[in-house]
Each structure stands twice: as structure tokens, then as C-alpha cells.
Design a protein around this ligand. Structure first.
Ligand SMILES: Nc1nc2c(ncn2[C@@H]2O[C@H](COP(=O)(O)OP(=O)(O)OP(=O)(O)O)[C@@H](O)[C@H]2O)c(=O)[nH]1
Ligand SMILES: [Zn+2]
Length: 295
């Protein structure tokens, strides 16, 4: 048996992975066997049958796994993340539901979340954006306002000591933000794309960057492709109830143990909604997710 070498997946694209080894060398790797449930951020053990190619033999247990799913399949986003940064912008408008769904996924994985409100140079658009974000602020989700076009230094201290995942809809300015934080990102991405795609121009992969290669404590940043939806088919009704923090004081208080929080009498959740203790926009997303959950 050949020697097992530890490494970390720094780029994932289909069944191809770039794995960083101790010392910073990166190696193109393929998973052993048919399965490829490996994500950017995964710590792995590889074997090296050839100098310029590796085989992923094992995945080290993860501290967290962010993924999306529908009825048919699941899509891994990133592993071993300690905080998720949800990028929204003053313009164009962002999806309230997508932010809620991302927060559900982070809450489920016990990962911290922050919202970054980008494009705050567009001064007249800030007030409506703040209003749209108010329900998240009320929940205690920190919001950082910045303008990636003019720099992202305010964010840097919040990244120290973390592996942070950047997620957001297309057009919110995620790439601008990555380039502001990591000026060499564009070149690194091009290099990786060439290795992974052999010339094809797809940018569908997640990518891990070291904020300061000389200082591991500066943190790592994983950039992921723009999100259009965030399917959470893998979560049960109970998972969803527990992922909406504002419901916590009311869970278990309904008259019926198997209350579906719909039209049942003496539903504690509906009472809290009617008493104004639960934001109606959050409630609407909760209902959508709860009704779609399998059990
Ligand atoms: N006014 C303003 N525009 C910005 C800012 N940041 C990004 N933009 C612009 O917003 C547009 C989208 O930015 P990108 O960085 O490409 O957005 P993205 O989220 O990476 O989008 P995709 O690449 O489609 O996933 C570009 O025209 C940027 O120049 C900002 O802070 N202020
Ligand atoms: Zn109920």
C-alpha cells in the first residue's frame, strides 16, 4: 500500500479536486471509487500514484458541512466552515427567503452567520436595505455595511481565526469582495480553472483562499458560486422548527403534541405570531419550509 498523505481540498469542481499538501504544494486529485461526496474545505488523506496526480482515499470527519438538496440530489457547498458570510447588496434587491434558508442551514450545522450589506456607497439605497434586514438584526445576526468597490478592510478582523464561507446571489458583489480581500485571487482562480477544466471556462467551483499564507491565524475564505436557490430537503420538520431561533420559546407549548402549527386550536407558535412576537416574513418562510419537509 502506498503512503497516505494529509491535505485539504482547496478547490472542488465535479469529480476533480485540488488538494493542498503540507508546505503549500497543490495537487490535482480524483476520488477513489465512484462516489464523490467531497467538498471544498474537506481534510483528506491522499495517495500519490503519480507525481502530478493524487487519489483521495479518505475524508477526515468534518466539523460542519453546508449543502443544498432537493428530492433528487444533494450539492455540497463547503466543509469545516466556522462562519458563513451572507452577502447581500443595497442594489439589486436580494431574496429575503434565500437569506432565511441560508440561516437555517447555518443554524442546523451550528455555524455562526453574519450578513454583509455591500454597495453602501449607493447612499439612497441604504435605508430600504436596512429595513429589509431588520428581522435578521432582531434575531441577533450581525450586519456589516461596506462597499467592496472601495475596500473591505472592515471585514478582515472578523475573518481572523475562522474558515469563512461567502455565499450570496449573483450580482451582490461577492467577486468584488474576494478581490478586495485577496488581490491575487483572480490569478489563483485562473490557474486553478486551467488545471481543473483544461481550458473550458466554467466558474462553478468553490475555492478556498488563505487570507495571509504566512499567517494561518488570519483565517481562510471559501468563495462559492452564486446561489439561486437553497433547497433544504434533507431537513426534517423538527430540524426546521429548531433552526428558527425565534420559535424556541414557544416550541412544545402547543395544545397538541403533534401540532402542525397550521389551523390547530391553541397553537403557541400562531399565538406568538398574532401577538407580534414573530416577524410575519420569517413566519411565511418557516411555513414554506415546514410544509415541504419530509417528516
Ligand atoms: N456601487 C457598487 N457596485 C459594486 C460594489 N461591489 C460590486 N459592485 C458591482 O456589482 C456588480 C456585480 O459584482 P460582482 O462582484 O461581479 O458580483 P458577484 O456577486 O460576484 O456576481 P457573480 O459573479 O454573478 O456571482 C459589478 O458591476 C460590480 O462592479 C460596491 O461596493 N458598490
Ligand atoms: Zn402549533
Amino acid at each position: 500500500m502506498s503512503e497516505r498523505i494529509p491535505g485539504q481540498v482547496v478547490a472542488a469542481h465535479g469529480r476533480q479536486y485540488m488538494v493542498e499538501l503540507a508546505g503549500g504544494e497543490t495537487l490535482l486529485c480524483f476520488p477513489r471509487g465512484k462516489k464523490s461526496d467531497i467538498a471544498c474545505g474537506d481534510r483528506v488523506e491522499i495517495s500519490r500514484p503519480a507525481k502530478d496526480q493524487g487519489a483521495i482515499e479518505a475524508i477526515t470527519p468534518r466539523s460542519s458541512l453546508l449543502y443544498r438538496s432537493n428530492e433528487y440530489r444533494q450539492k455540497l457547498i463547503a466543509a469545516n466552515v466556522s462562519q458563513v458570510l451572507i452577502v447581500v447588496a443595497t442594489e439589486p434587491g436580494f431574496s429575503f427567503e434565500l437569506v432565511c434558508r441560508t440561516l437555517v442551514a447555518t443554524q442546523d450545522q451550528g455555524v455562526a452567520a453574519r450578513i454583509i450589506l455591500n454597495k453602501c456607497d449607493l447612499a439612497d439605497k441604504i435605508a430600504p436595505a436596512r429595513q429589509a434586514l431588520a428581522p435578521f438584526v432582531a434575531l441577533g445576526v450581525p450586519v456589516l455595511e461596506l462597499s467592496a468597490l472601495h475596500g473591505a478592510e472592515a471585514l478582515r478582523p472578523l475573518l481572523a481565526g475562522h474558515t469563512s464561507l461567502l455565499v450570496g446571489q449573483s450580482g451582490m458583489g461577492k467577486s468584488t469582495l474576494v478581490n478586495a480581500l485577496i488581490p491575487e485571487a483572480r490569478a489563483a482562480t485562473r490557474e486553478i480553472s486551467e488545471a481543473l477544466d483544461s481550458g473550458k471556462h466554467t466558474t462553478t467551483h468553490a475555492r478556498l483562499y488563505h487570507l495571509d499564507p504566512a499567517k494561518p491565524e488570519a483565517g481562510d475564505l471559501i468563495d462559492s458560486p452564486g446561489l439561486q436557490d437553497f433547497g433544504l430537503q434533507h431537513l426534517s420538520r423538527s430540524d426546521i422548527e429548531h433552526a428558527f431561533a425565534e420559535l424556541a420559546p414557544h416550541l412544545g407549548q402547543c395544545r397538541f403534541r403533534d401540532c402542525r402549527h397550521d389551523r390547530e386550536p391553541d397553537c403557541a407558535l400562531r399565538s406568538a405570531l398574532e401577538a407580534g412576537q414573530i416577524d410575519p416574513r420569517r413566519w411565511a418562510v418557516f411555513r414554506t419550509l415546514y410544509q415541504g419537509a419530509s417528516s
